[in-house]
Design a protein around this ligand. Structure first.
Ligand code: SF4
Length: 376
């Protein structure tokens, strides 16, 4: 199945040194060999390759996400060049939706105006109230980034709300869940993505004993789910909850964190190399590697790789435990990277198995209860 989303690493370094960063702080260290910024030649070739892929697969829409490192470090000229080149390379009939995922530190008035003019939707990584956010999202000298990011979010909540796509919040179960949720809602985000910290069976996520009975991440998320689900008004979309509810209703998932939908995303690094999801960087050094490059290879070549095929065959790629699980169609074995162990490769259930099972069961029971009441 064709790729539909292209993550472009326009800058491979960051101006923060977040302690929970999966790009710089986990197993894969390949960023050290990457050029800092995507060159004009790589930008132009990437645009042509995306257009070629869209043409060959007759795609109505493709999504381009400017990512990093910190993409705003690439500078206004590079960002404009990427967007204009990619849209310019496309033949009529394919729409290019562009987004950017930033830490928000440099998201000033000038950048917001540029992003608005280029019709780029903005997602900000932000972990909640000051103590929660600054627990991890710090400068290299230890200073927190909360006060800088807050200013950017106030602008997105106000005059630039039309280009605000949402907030990505990495969970730390030491933070109060409801206070975290309220701190995110303060900026009226259209959507919130709660990100489970990456880990696997050999390097479990913080505070998780994957073989124990406790479900600390489910407990944390259920507190927020009940607050969100019970609200009398629609305050925001919480993507993980919405996706689980869609899957429980028999629809397909639109994310790689739950469900069995085939992965449709490719990454292009600053040197033009085509890679798989960079979440795989949390598994082992070189895990996202494909040995392909936009300078010499079309995206179709990546579709033929066994490692990509394994993420497009749904149920057939699951472990025996997941195949036998009554929630397999909803959970889908969870995030692919979270299934890794050196002994079994990606053939394990999710390291978050118990948490996912509990969270999905809880959401199902709330939905089932409501449906029964409606029928009465
Ligand atoms: S809940 Fe566990 S066993 Fe069931 S599909 Fe998810 S990871 Fe697999």
């Amino acid at each position: 199945m064709a790729f539909q989303q292209f993550i472009l690493k326009v800058h491979s370094r960051c101006d923060l040194a977040c302690r929970h960063c999966y790009i710089y702080e986990m197993a894969d260290q390949s960023w050290r060999g990457q050029p800092r910024r995507m060159s004009p030649a790589i930008i132009e070739r990437t645009g042509e390759r995306i257009a070629e892929h869209a043409r060959q697969h007759d795609l109505d829409t493709v999504e381009v996400i400017l990512h990093g490192g910190e993409p705003l470090l690439a500078g206004a000229d590079t960002i404009s060049h990427v967007v204009r080149t990619t849209r310019g390379a496309m033949e009529t009939g394919t729409r290019v939706n562009v987004g950017i995922q930033t830490n928000g530190v440099r998201l000033d008035e000038a950048y917001l105006s540029l992003l608005e003019n280029l019709d780029i939707r903005v997602g900000v990584s932000f972990d909640g109230y000051e103590e929660a956010h600054d627990r991890h999202r710090r400068h290299a000298d230890g200073r927190g980034s909360y006060s800088e990011v807050r200013v950017a979010l106030q602008r997105l909540a106000g005059p630039y709300h039309a280009i605000f796509s949402g907030i990505l919040c990495t969970i730390d179960i030491r933070n109060d869940p409801l206070a975290t949720f309220e701190a995110l809602l303060e900026f009226d985000p259209p959507a919130i993505d709660f990100l489970l910290p990456h880990g696997n069976w050999d390097a479990p996520p913080p505070f998780l004993d994957p073989r124990g009975a406790a479900t600390p991440y489910a407990d944390w998320l259920i507190t927020i789910f009940d607050r969100w689900y019970g609200s009398s008004s629609h305050e925001t979309e919480v993507r993980l909850f919405t996706e689980i509810m869609r899957l429980l209703a028999g629809k397909a998932s639109r994310t790689e964190s739950v469900g069995l939908s085939p992965v449709r995303m490719a990454v292009v690094e600053t040197n033009g190399s085509i890679q798989q999801s960079d979440i795989l960087k949390s598994s082992y050094h070189g895990a996202p590697e494909t040995r392909l490059n936009v300078l010499s290879d079309p995206f179709d070549a990546a579709l033929l790789l066994p490692s990509i095929a394994a993420r497009q065959i749904g149920l057939d790629a699951l472990s025996a435990a997941c195949t036998a699980c009554d929630l397999r169609a909803v959970c889908g074995g969870g995030q692919y990277a979270h299934r890794y162990s050196a002994a079994a490769g990606f053939g394990e259930p999710s390291v978050y198995c118990r948490d996912l099972y509990r969270l999905i069961s809880h959401i199902r029971s709330r939905m089932t209860g409501d449906l029964a009441r409606l029928r009465e």
